[in-house]
Design a protein around this ligand. Structure first.
Ligand code: PHE
Ligand code: ZN
Length: 880
C-alpha cells in the first residue's frame, strides 16, 4: 500500500479556526548560504496569547519533511528529543512558560528544492517563496498569517558569487568576513506574517529611481535582474511610480518604508509575490522591451507591478486571519489593479478582457469539481485555492460593493477598513463590515457572495404597457448546484440597466440618470419604469455589474441595434458576442446533424458596419470583431463537442473573412504605420486592429495574404507585430513557410528565454494535427527545461489548455501525455502538477466516450502512488 493511502491528507475547516496559542514578538533569522546547504538559525521571542482559551496549550510549530533539525533550545537550554513531539510535520513543545525565546537551527538544501517553495535556487541565485506555507520549509515556526512579528534577518554568503544580499525592510548593517564571505543585516519595522518574508542572494544588477510620497517621504526604488536583462526594466519602473502615485490619489495610501525593491527571477511558480518591501517577480511579469515583449506583455507587467505594490496596504499592512480569507487581499487587490489599468488604458477594453476571462475560466471552475466560494469553507492544500474564483470572482464581489455604494462611499469604507485594521490579520467579514458601517446598509444578504459558490443565472423578460406608458422588467434568479454545495439562497445581484429608445438613445430614468442599478434580491422580482413613452430596448447588466449569467430573449435585430447604439461600451461588445454565440450555437447543431453550414448574413453585416464606423475606438473595434473563443463556447455548452465547436469557429471566421476581405485589407493597410513602437493605449489599439485584420485575411489561406504576413514578419521592429505574423503563418496550412518562420524566429531569439517561451507556445497551440508529436519533440529541444515552470506552462499547459482539438484527440493521446507529465511533476513540483491537471478534471462535460478516456487517466495518476497533497485533493474531488 502506498503511503498516500495510509496517510490521507487532512481536510482543514474554517469552522475549526482557533487563535494561536502563542504570539511572536520578534523573529531573528540568520542564513548561512552555501552551495550544498543552507543553515538557518531562528531566534524567536514568544509570549502566550492572552486570547487563547487553553493556558496549557503546547507550542505548535509547522515544519516540513525536508527540514533537518539540528538544534532546539529554550532560553539557552538545549532541548532533547523527549522535550518535544513530532506530530506529522509539526513540532509540539509542551510545558512552556508564558515568555521565552526559542532558538532553532535547521539545515536545508535549497539547491535540491524543485518545488520552488521556501528557499530555493533559480538560475544560480538564492530566492524564497513563502506564500502560502513555504516558510515552514525554512524553519519550524507558527506558519500562519495571524502570527505577525518584527523580522530581523542576517544573510551570509560568498561575496563573489552573491554580491547582492536582500531581505525585507531596511538594510541596517553589513560587513565582510575573512573567508571571502560577507553579510548584510535587514530590519523590517512592520510586523508581518511569515508568508511575507523574503530573501534574495545573487549576482544581480539593478536600476535605481526614487519616489517622493505625498507627505514628502523619499523612497528609493530598485529593480534587480541578471545583467543581461538590465535593459528590460524601465517599463516596470515607470509602472511602479505610476502605481505609487495612483494609490495615493485614489485610495489615499502612501508607501511606508525607505526602500522598495523588485527582483526578477526565472524560476517561479506564480506571477509575482508581494513580500514586504521586496517583491519577487517571475521574469515574465517584470521584464519588458519592445523588441522582445508583445503589447499584452507590457500590459501584464504594468498590471502585476501595480497589483503587488497595492498589496502593501491590501494584504501586508492589513493581512488575512487565515487562508480561508485569501480573497480578502486578492479580490480587493485585483479590483484595485483593475481600476488602475482602466485608468492607464481604455476602461472598456480592460473590462471586456476581465469579463471574458471570468466567463470562460471562472464560470468553468464553478461548473467543475473544484467549485468553491470566494471564502472557501474547507481545503486540503491551500495552494490549490489560488484560483480564478478567489482572484477574479473575488474582484467582482468587491466591484459590486463599489457599484452598490458608489465611488465616494466605497472610498470611505476602504479608509475605515485600513484605519480600523492596520497591523491586524482580519476576515472578509471585517471588510464588508467597514463598508456596511460607512453606508449604513445591512449587507448580510450581500455576504452570500462570499459563502455560496456557483454562477447565478438571471432570466429577464420585458413587458411594455403602452396604455400606462410603463415598462416592467421581470427577473428570476437561481444558482445551479455546484460540486461542493447543493442549494443556495438568492443573492443580492446589482443589475445596472439602461433603456434605449427607437433611435438608440438612452431614456432618462429615475433622477434623470441613464443607468439605474436595480437590486435583485429575491428568486423572482419585478421592476417598473414609469413614463416610458415607447417600447424600449433594455440594456442589461451594463459594464457587467454582477458575475452572473443573464439571459434576455433578444432578437438578432435587437442585438445588432445594441451593438450600434448602446452608450455602454461593454454592452455593445457583449451584444456582438451574444449575436455570434447564438449563430454559432445553431451551427454547432447543424454540424452535428451533418447539415451544410450557412452563416446568417446578420453577423457579416453587423461586422461590416463596425468596420466602417470611423467614430469607434480601434481597440473596441478589434474586441467587437473578435469571435467568442472556443473556450467560451465550450463553457456555454451542455456537453462539449470539441470538434464541432472548432469546425464551426473556423467556418464562421472564414465566411466573415471571405465576405469582408477588401475591408479587412483596407483596415490592415490603414493601420500599418512606420511610427516608432510605443506601448501606449492608442498604439496598442492600432496594432490589435491591424493584427486582427491580418488574422481574418490569413484564414482565407490566400497566397497574397501570406505574402503580407511574411512581409510583416520580416519587417517588424517590435515583438507584437513579429509574433502576430509568426503565429498566423505557423498555424496556417502553408507548411513550408511555417517551418521557415519558426526556424528563423528561433535563430534570432534563442538567447532570450521569454521569447523562446512564446516560440514554444506558438507551436503548442498549433491546431494542425501533428501538434502533440511536435510538443513531445520540443521537450527534448535544447530550449526546453523541464524544471522551469515558465517552460512547462509555455509548452505543456498551452497544449493541454489551449489546443482543444489536439488535446482532446479521440484516440486519448493528449490525455495520456498530460497524465505522464503529472506523474513526474507530482514529485518534482506539486503546485505546478496540480494546476496542470485542470483540463482533465472537467471530464464530466464531454461525451461519455471522451469523458471515460479522461477519467481513466485521472485514475492512472491516482494509482501511481505517493501523491502530493496538491494533486491528491484535485484528483479526489475530480473522481468523487
Ligand atoms: N500573492 C501573490 C499575488 O497575488 C500570488 C502568489 C501566491 C505568489 C502564492 C506566489 C505564491 O500577487
Ligand atoms: Zn495578489
Amino acid at each position: 500500500m502506498s503511503q498516500s493511502m495510509i496517510e490521507q491528507p487532512n481536510v482543514i475547516y474554517l469552522k475549526d479556526y482557533e487563535v494561536p496559542a502563542f504570539l511572536v514578538e520578534q523573529t531573528e533569522l540568520r542564513f548561512e548560504l552555501e552551495e550544498d546547504q543552507a543553515l538557518v538559525r531562528s531566534q524567536v521571542r514568544y509570549a502566550r496569547n492572552p486570547e487563547s482559551s487553553n493556558r496549557q496549550h503546547p507550542l505548535l510549530l509547522d515544519g516540513h519533511e525536508s527540514l533537518e533539525l539540528q538544534r532546539l533550545s529554550i532560553d539557552g537550554e538545549v532541548l532533547s528529543e523527549k522535550d518535544y513531539r513530532r506530530v506529522g510535520e509539526q513540532l509540539s513543545i509542551p510545558n512552556l512558560p508564558d515568555h521565552f525565546t526559542l532558538e532553532c537551527i535547521t539545515r536545508i538544501e535549497p539547491q535540491n528544492n524543485t518545488a520552488l517553495e521556501g528557499l530555493y535556487k533559480s538560475d544560480g541565485m538564492f530566492c524564497t517563496q513563502c506564500e502560502a506555507e513555504g516558510f515552514r520549509r525554512i524553519t519550524f515556526y507558527q506558519d500562519r498569517p495571524d502570527v505577525m512579528a518584527l523580522f530581523e534577518t542576517i544573510v551570509v554568503a560568498d561575496k563573489q558569487r552573491y554580491p547582492v544580499l536582500l531581505s525585507n525592510g531596511n538594510m541596517v548593517d553589513a560587513g565582510d568576513e575573512d573567508d571571502g564571505r560577507h553579510w548584510v543585516k535587514w530590519q523590517d519595522p512592520f510586523p508581518k506574517p511569515a508568508y511575507l518574508f523574503a530573501l534574495v542572494a545573487g549576482d544581480l544588477e539593478c536600476i535605481d529611481d526614487r519616489f517622493t510620497t505625498a507627505s514628502g517621504r523619499h523612497v528609493s526604488l530598485k529593480i534587480f535582474a541578471e545583467t543581461k536583462d538590465l535593459d528590460k526594466l524601465d517599463y516596470a519602473m515607470t509602472s511602479l511610480k505610476q502605481s505609487m502615485k495612483w494609490d495615493e490619489e485614489v485610495y489615499g495610501r502612501e508607501y511606508d518604508l525607505d526602500i522598495f525593491m523588485i527582483v526578477a527571477v526565472d524560476f517561479f511558480n506564480m506571477g509575482a509575490m508581494e513580500n514586504k518591501g521586496l517583491n519577487i517577480f517571475n521574469t515574465s511579469c517584470v521584464l519588458a522591451h519592445p523588441e522582445t515583449t508583445v503589447d499584452a506583455g507590457f500590459q501584464r507587467v504594468e498590471a502585476v507591478v501595480a497589483h503587488e505594490y497595492f498589496h502593501n496596504w491590501s494584504g501586508n499592512r492589513v493581512t488575512c486571519r487565515d487562508w480561508f480569507q485569501l480573497s480578502l487581499k486578492e479580490g480587493f487587490t485585483v479590483f484595485r489593479d483593475s481600476q488602475f489599468s482602466a485608468d492607464m488604458n481604455s476602461p472598456t477594453v480592460k473590462r471586456i478582457e476581465d469579463v471574458a476571462l471570468l466567463r470562460t475560466a471562472q464560470f468553468a471552475e464553478d461548473a467543475g469539481p473544484m467549485a468553491h466560494p470566494v471564502r472557501p469553507a474547507s481545503f486540503i492544500e491551500i495552494s490549490n485555492f489560488y484560483t480564478l474564483t478567489i482572484y477574479e470572482k473575488g474582484c467582482e464581489v468587491v466591484r459590486m460593493l463599489h457599484t452598490l455604494l458608489g465611488a465616494e462611499t466605497f472610498r470611505k469604507g476602504s479608509d475605515l477598513y485600513f484605519d480600523r485594521h492596520d497591523g491586524q490579520a482580519v476576515t472578509t467579514d471585517d471588510f464588508v463590515q467597514a463598508m456596511a458601517d460607512v453606508s449604513g446598509r445591512d449587507l448580510s444578504r450581500f455576504k452570500l457572495w462570499y459563502s455560496q459558490s456557483g454562477t447565478p443565472q438571471v432570466s429577464v423578460t420585458g413587458e411594455y404597457d403602452a396604455e400606462h406608458q410603463r415598462y416592467t422588467l421581470h427577473m428570476r434568479q437561481s444558482c445551479p448546484a455546484t460540486a461542493d454545495m447543493a442549494t443556495k439562497q438568492p443573492f443580492l445581484i446589482p443589475v445596472a440597466v439602461g433603456l434605449l429608445d427607437a433611435q438608440g438613445d438612452d431614456i432618462p430614468l429615475t433622477g434623470g440618470q441613464t443607468t439605474e442599478v436595480l437590486e435583485c434580491v429575491a428568486a423572482e422580482q419585478s421592476f417598473v419604469f414609469d413614463n416610458i413613452t415607447v417600447e424600449p430596448t433594455p440594456s442589461l447588466l451594463r459594464d457587467f455589474s454582477a458575475p452572473v449569467k443573464l439571459r434576455f430573449p433578444y432578437s438578432r435585430e435587437q442585438l445588432v441595434f445594441l451593438m450600434q447604439h448602446d452608450s455602454d461600451g461593454f454592452n455593445r461588445w457583449d451584444a456582438a458576442q451574444q449575436l455570434a454565440v447564438g449563430i454559432m450555437s445553431e451551427l454547432v447543431v447543424d454540424y452535428q446533424q451533418g447539415r451544410t453550414l450557412v452563416l446568417d448574413s446578420a453577423l457579416i453585416e453587423a461586422y461590416r458596419q463596425i468596420l466602417n464606423d470611423a467614430s469607434l475606438d480601434k481597440a473596441m473595434v478589434a474586441k467587437v470583431l473578435t469571435l467568442p473563443s472556443e473556450a467560451y463556447l465550450s463553457e456555454l455548452a451542455e456537453v462539449i463537442d470539441v470538434d464541432a465547436i472548432h469546425q464551426v469557429h473556423r467556418f464562421v471566421k472564414d465566411a466573415i473573412a471571405t465576405a469582408l476581405a477588401p475591408l479587412f485589407l483596407q483596415v490592415y493597410q490603414a493601420n500599418t504605420s512606420a511610427e516608432e513602437y510605443s506601448p501606449d493605449a492608442t498604439s496598442v489599439a492600432r496594432r490589435s486592429l491591424k493584427n486582427l485584420a491580418l488574422s481574418y485575411l490569413m484564414t482565407t489561406e490566400q497566397p497574397e495574404y501570406l505574402a503580407l504576413a511574411l512581409q510583416q514578419f520580416k519587417q517588424a521592429d517590435n515583438m507584437t507585430d513579429s509574433q502576430a505574423a509568426l503565429t498566423l503563418i505557423a498555424h496556417s496550412g502553408f507548411e513550408a513557410e511555417a517551418a521557415e518562420v519558426l526556424a528563423s524566429f528561433y535563430q534570432r531569439w534563442q538567447s532570450e528565454s521569454l521569447v523562446v517561451n512564446q516560440w514554444l507556445a506558438v507551436q503548442a497551440s498549433d491546431p494542425k494535427p501533428d501538434a502533440l508529436a511536435r510538443v513531445e519533440a520540443l521537450q527534448q529541444h535544447e530550449a526546453y527545461d523541464a524544471s522551469n515552470p515558465n517552460k512547462i506552462r509555455s509548452l505543456v499547459s498551452v497544449f493541454c489548455a489551449q489546443n482543444m482539438q489536439n488535446f482532446h484527440n479521440s484516440d486519448g493521446s493528449g490525455y495520456r501525455f498530460l497524465a505522464d507529465q503529472i506523474i513526474v511533476l507530482n514529485k518534482q513540483n506539486p503546485q505546478i502538477a496540480s494546476r496542470l491537471l485542470t483540463p482533465l478534471t472537467r471530464w464530466k462535460k464531454y461525451s461519455a466516450e471522451q469523458g471515460a478516456l479522461m477519467k481513466a487517466e485521472l485514475q492512472r495518476i491516482n494509482n501511481s502512488g505517493d501523491l502530493s497533497r496538491d494533486v491528491f485533493e484535485v484528483l479526489s474531488k475530480s473522481l468523487a
